[in-house]
Write a protein that binds this ligand. Sequence first.
Ligand SMILES: *Cc1c(COP(=O)(O)O)cnc(C)c1O
Length: 399
Amino acid sequence: MTMKLALDDLGLSGGKPLFEQIKSVSNLVRPDIESFLSYSRQFFDAQSCTGHGPVEAKMERRLAEFHGTRNCVSFCGGFWGLVLTMKCLALPGRTEVVMPSLTYRRLADIVAWAGLTPHFCEVDPDLLCVTGETAAACINENTALILGVHPIVNCCDIDGLEALSERTGIPLMIDAVESVYESYKGRKIGSCARAECFSMQSSKLFNAFEGGYVTTNDDELAQRLRTMRDFGVGAEGIPVEACALGVQQNEMHAAMALACLDDVDEQMVANRNRYYAYRRYLADVPGIRLREFDETERCGFKNILVELLDDWPLSREATIALLNAENMLCRPYYSPPLHMKATGYPMVWGDLTQTERLAKKFLLLPCGYFVSEADIEQIALFLAFIQKNAQAITQRGLV
Ligand SMILES: *Cc1c(COP(=O)(O)O)cnc(C)c1O
C-alpha cells in the first residue's frame, strides 16, 4: 500500500494505486475447501451427479431450518426463484407489481420476465426502502402482487407491508437477498410474507457459486414451485404445468452452499469487525456518514454503505472515480433508479422525488473476505485526504 500524501500520488494523476489488488464491494467468501470437498464426496459416492441428489436435499433442509420455515425450494439462480414465485402468487387477470425503484438493478427485468409490469413506488427516506405506506399509494384495481425488497442495510417495513396485503387481499412476497442473516422484530427473515426469495450467487452472504432459493410456510406453493422448476411434471410423471423449466440446483453448487452455511456465523463476526473498523475510522472523516446496522436485531453486517452529506466537497461520481483509480471497486448504491433506465418493456410510476434524490447520495465501500482492518484504515485516510484536497483535485481537472 502507498499512502497518498500529495496530489501526484493519486491513481487519477498516474500514481501507483493505493491497493495492488482490487478491493471489491462484494462479500466473496471462500469457505473451508475441505468442507466443500467432503460435501462433494457425498454426491460422488452416491453416484448422483444429476439434480435432486442427497446434497441438494440436505441443503434445502438446512436452509429451511436456518430460516425457521416449513419449506425451502432451491433453484440454479435467485432469478428463477423470483420469477416463479411471482408467477405463482400474482392475482390472475391483473398485471402490476408494486415494487421500489431504488433497488437491485435487475429486479424490474425479473418482473418483466414473469410477464408482469413493474409499478414503482417511493421509498422511506430514512429506511431507504419500501414501506406499507409507500406501497399503498400505488395499489389499484390492476395490482397483482406486492414485492417488498430489503435494502442493503437493515430490513424493509414487513409489518406495514403484511398489513397492507391483508387489508387489500393482494399477496406479498419479499426479495430478501440482502437480509439473509437478519431478523425483523425478532422474527427470522425467510419466515415472513407468503414467500421470501434469496440468491446464493458468489457475491452474496451464502456463496454457492450460483444458486437461489425460496422459503415459504405454504406447502401448496412450495409444491407448485417444485413442479414448475422440475420440467412441469407432477409426482406421477404427468405434465401438470404448462410453463415449465428445468432450473434446479446442482449437487456441486449445493455442496458449496453447505460449506458456506457451516461457516456463516464466523463470517458474520468477521463482517462485524470490518463494520466496527469502518465506524471507528470514518468517524474522523467529515461529510461522510456510515449507514448503521440496527443491532437490536440479528445482523449479517455484509455491506458497507455510506452517504455523502451536503458538506462533502466532491460529487458522488467524482468520489467514485477517485476510489476506482486506487483499485477500490466502489459502486453507486442502486443508481440509476430503475424507472430511469431505458427498457423494452412497460413500466408505471408517479412522483418519485425521494427516490431520485436518494439515488444520488450513497455509495458502497470495499467489504468482505478480502478486506482487512488495516485496509479499512487506509480507505478512511484516503477519504480524509480527498476531502481535504477536494478543491485542488477539482482545479487540476482530475475529476
Ligand atoms: C443478486 C440479487 C438477485 C438475483 O440473484 P441471482 O442469483 O444473481 O439471480 C435478486 N435480488 C437482489 C436484491 C440481489 O442482490
